[in-house]
Design a protein. Structure first.
Length: 374
């Protein structure tokens, strides 16, 4: 089996898929799930020994349980890619509490009653208002989309507008049990929960987690002794990450980055198309060219105003400058190319110098389409 010429490629493909989306089900992508299950032993060895993660593979579900480094920009998202709100997180947690060790089939009305009971036990007040019902439906839809809940009769969506709406649901308690569950007993704050979920954030495995989960690892992001360890073992780390994920590791005096050549292992692509991504790239160019010492919000607004005057005809028509600035800076922060002070002042990091955009106008297509900015 180990002489199979396809084995190395299959292992890398499966590992990349799990890294980008740690929850995989047979019904969502059967060929991929079968690939993960075929190589589960080796994949688990890789993830456990090299990253401190844990791979759990069942009859129809694979879950990569991550621990350690928790990137701040990886929220749960709805089907429209909108980040979960605090209320939606709360309702999701209450649904999980309400269904723990419960029946595998339950009506929506009974589930709502159990959610309210779990809320009362936790000292959380629920009022049944429309906004609360929407948040509950969002949480339930997320569970449906991930195969943890199945709608057998009618949809949960009706509960948004009708508090008396009902549906019959099937709950996959076996899959619920695969969700990350650090020791929560006696935790008294969100910060304490995050600390428990983070686990041990030191050692070589922790540094590797930073390399694969973050776009770039800057030297000043880690302790001097850890940075020295990265530099000393650079060749070994490069081989590990190329073997597991097909990543090419580049090192500079200021930091190290694991480059995903084809983009298949990247959850956020940059540079990219779209108004926010274009604005972010051009704003980054302005920062590196004219504001290496940093720029406060007023300066950023001035730069963005100039960009809008020059390129707004190529961007979406409903652009709000304040919202666009927040989107662009958020993307740049997520990519690790800038840091943002509490005052809103933005500083370009050394890796920002890699990006030197050349603006070109793509001609409209033959069907009368609009010119676009590249």
């Amino acid at each position: 089996m180990h002489d199979d010429p396809q084995r190395a490629g299959e292992l890398t493909g499966a590992a990349r898929a799990l890294l980008t989306r740690p929850w995989r089900t047979a019904e969502a992508d059967r060929p991929l799930f079968l690939l993960i299950r075929r190589h589960a032993e080796q994949l688990d060895r890789w993830f456990t020994q090299r990253l401190g993660y844990r791979l759990v593979v069942g009859t129809d579900t694979a879950r990569l349980v991550k621990s350690g480094h928790i990137p701040a920009d990886r929220p749960l998202r709805t089907s429209t890619q909108r980040p979960f709100t605090a209320r939606e997180y709360t309702l999701l947690a209450l649904v999980l509490a309400a269904t723990a060790a419960g029946p595998d089939r339950i009506s929506l009305r009974d589930l709502v009653l159990q959610v309210r009971s779990a809320a009362a036990d936790a000292g959380i007040s629920l009022d049944g208002a429309t906004s609360e019902r929407r948040a509950l439906v969002t949480a339930l839809r997320w569970l449906v989309e991930h195969g943890m809940v199945r709608e057998l009769d009618r949809s949960v969506t009706g509960y948004e507008s009708d508090a008396e709406a009902d549906a019959l649901l099937e709950v996959r308690n076996d899959r619920m049990a695969l969700l990350p569950a650090p020791a929560l007993v006696d935790a008294r704050s969100a910060g304490e929960l995050l600390d428990r979920a983070s686990g041990d954030d030191s050692g070589r495995a922790a540094l590797r987690r930073r390399l694969v989960e973050d776009p770039v690892l800057h030297a000043d992001d880690v302790a001097p002794e850890d940075w020295a360890e990265v530099r000393r073992r650079f060749g070994e780390e490069s081989r590990y990450l190329e073997e597991m994920f097909g990543l090419v590791v580049e090192a500079r005096a200021e930091g190290v980055a694991a480059i995903d050549i084809d983009g298949g292992c990247t959850d956020v692509t940059f540079p990219a198309s779209g108004t926010a991504a274009h604005a972010a790239l051009l704003l980054l160019e302005a920062l590196t060219a004219r504001h290496r010492a940093g720029a406060d919000p007023a300066v950023l607004d001035g730069e963005l105003h100039e960009l809008l005057e020059r390129y707004s005809r190529f961007w979406r028509k409903d652009v709000d400058p304040d919202h666009l600035r927040a989107e662009a800076v958020g993307l740049l922060t997520a990519m690790g190319v800038v840091t943002v002070e509490a005052t809103g002042r933005v500083h370009p990091r050394p890796v920002a110098a890699r990006f030197a955009p050349i603006v070109a106008i793509a001609d409209a297509d033959d069907d009368g389409g609009q010119q676009s900015l590249l």
